[in-house]
Design a protein around this ligand. Structure first.
Ligand code: PHE
Length: 336
């Protein structure tokens, strides 16, 4: 029976075929099973001999089937692997990845620099009331300085904030000194658009309030920022200026040695000054307490687009908002 079975098992080429052969020999109605059933008709002695012989055949048959089954399974696996093989030397398909906008990256860099100096990063609202955008900052409606900020007025009397400074009043109204904050965000001006002016742009506001804050703290802080943005050789220069909410006021320029071009120059970045006592008075009125009476502080504000245009040689402010991938892609990778 073994030889007979071998003749059938050896050429079997698939698992179902093998299974059929297995049933033929070992199944309930199989050939071997039939032989086993005849044992009952034998004498005890014969049954012992015949039984042992049949058991050996059974074991041998089972081994034959197991081996063949393993062989067929391996062959199937080999075939599958061969058909699915991957040529890792073929060039891959590059897929498009997104990236942060250059302005977002600069805001993130500034936030990192200021967090290192113990500042909190907070955000304000883009639609503001006249109170926070102007009056609380010592710019009442009759004040000629209002002309410094060409304003988008909403029909309900609110404004699109013309600077991030309204957060000075809002933060002081809600929190007690001492504190240091920076406020990045969008600002709006009703302006003719050209290569250096946009109706929407970004500012970063800074405000530090405490008992013994001086103008040299302001200068040191701006210098830390300048070094963070433009390298260790950078420095800061003040120029007298005027803002209703600071006194004294100073516009500041940073010195930048451009390693790529070898050029060094001073760049006007923004305005700053010591918080005007009238602003603290307005805040006391808003809070209905005297927590800010006698406080001292400094404030500054700078244009994010200006930093980006200078540092990365972007010649036109309008490029930032046209969403032209040819422009945006240039600022996706490592910028140094
Ligand atoms: N808010 C001013 C501007 O937009 C800048 C500024 C901020 C000046 C804080 C002084 C202090 O022009």
């Amino acid at each position: 029976m073994i030889n007979e079975a071998k003749l059938e098992i050896t050429p079997a080429s698939s698992l179902p075929e093998l299974q059929e052969i297995k049933v033929k020999y070992l199944g309930k109605k199989g050939l071997l099973t039939a032989e086993l059933k005849t044992l009952g008709n034998l004498s005890p002695d014969d049954r012992k001999i015949r039984g042992a012989a049949l058991n050996m055949i059974k074991t041998e048959l089972e081994a034959l089937f197991d081996n063949k089954e393993l062989e067929l399974k391996n062959a199937a696996l080999e075939a599958k692997l061969a058909s699915e093989s991957l040529d890792v030397t073929l060039p891959g398909t590059a897929f498009q990845t997104g990236g942060f906008h250059l302005l977002t990256r600069i805001i993130d860099d500034l936030a990192t620099i200021y967090k290192g100096l113990g500042y909190q990063v907070v955000q304000g609202q883009e639609v503001e009331t006249e109170l926070y955008n102007f009056d609380a900052l010592n710019i009442p409606s009759w004040h000629p300085a209002r002309d410094l900020w060409d304003t988008f007025w909403l029909t309900d009397g609110r404004v699109l904030r013309t600077h991030t400074s309204p957060m000075q009043a809002r933060f002081m109204e809600a929190f007690e000194p001492p504190f240091r904050i920076v406020v990045p965000g969008k600002t709006y001006r009703f302006e003719a658009v050209d290569a250096t002016h946009e109706a929407m742009f970004h500012q970063l506001e800074g405000l530090a309030v405490g008992k013994n804050i001086t103008m040299s703290d302001l200068k040191g802080t701006l210098e830390e920022m300048a070094k963070g943005l433009f390298g260790e050789t950078s420095k800061v220069r003040f120029q007298p200026s005027y803002y209703p909410f600071t006194e004294p006021s100073a516009d500041f320029a940073v010195y930048w040695e451009n390693k790529r071009t070898g050029q060094a120059k001073w760049l006007e970045l923004g305005g700053s000054g010591m918080v005007h006592p009238r602003v603290f008075e307005e805040v006391c009125k808003l809070r209905k307490d005297e927590v800010y009476a006698g406080q001292r502080g400094f404030a500054f504000g700078l244009g994010i687009e200006r930093v980006a245009m200078i540092k990365y040689g972007v010649p036109d402010i309008r490029y930032f908002f046209q969403n032209d991938l040819r422009v945006l892609k240039q600022f996706r990778g490592n910028l140094e």
